[in-house]
Design a protein around this ligand. Structure first.
Ligand code: SF4
Ligand code: SF4
Length: 141
């Protein structure tokens, strides 16, 4: 159960855990615009990028290849090799609607990310744009 009104404290420690395991959230989805942006960043054509780094899941969504970790996680297991153009879901994590309840982090969120509960206290209004962006990610095609 979450603490009502406890607020959303978060500071990324750069532990890299969210690039290796997100429990039930262990998927990185890309829309067409993200595919184009990341492909350009890597000097690839979109179809080359798709072939090398992604697959289509059973629902037709494009996902980044993840085995034990995201294919873009650096050897230090902390840095993202496509950081400037990383997917929306990576940019907005952990400010996802499912990970917040009654204005506080859920226990699941705390288990996923060690940065939760540290650092800056965010107000719900501040993080609402992240949550909305995630909900409309597929509209950004
Ligand atoms: S799990 Fe949390 S603290 Fe660790 S890198 Fe990801 S966002 Fe940062
Ligand atoms: S794209 Fe980058 S930030 Fe996102 S999961 Fe992969 S390594 Fe982590």
């Amino acid at each position: 159960m979450s603490e009502v009104g406890a607020g959303l404290r978060f500071e990324c420690t750069k532990c890299g855990k969210c690039c290796t395991s997100r429990g039930d959230y262990g998927y990185v989805y890309l829309n067409d615009r993200e595919v184009a942006d990341i492909a350009r960043f890597l000097g690839l054509l979109p179809h080359e990028f798709r072939q090398r780094y992604t697959f289509l899941d059973e629902y037709g969504w494009t996902q980044v290849v993840l085995q034990d970790q995201c294919v873009f996680l650096g050897d230090d297991r902390a840095s993202c090799q496509i950081y400037p153009v990383r997917p929306l879901q990576c940019r907005t994590f952990p400010f996802w609607r499912d990970l917040v309840e009654d204005g506080a982090w859920t226990p699941e969120a705390r288990a996923l990310c060690e940065g939760i509960g540290r650092g800056k206290l965010y107000q719900l209004e501040e993080v609402e744009p992240h949550m909305l962006a995630m909900e409309h990610a597929e509209d950004e095609e």
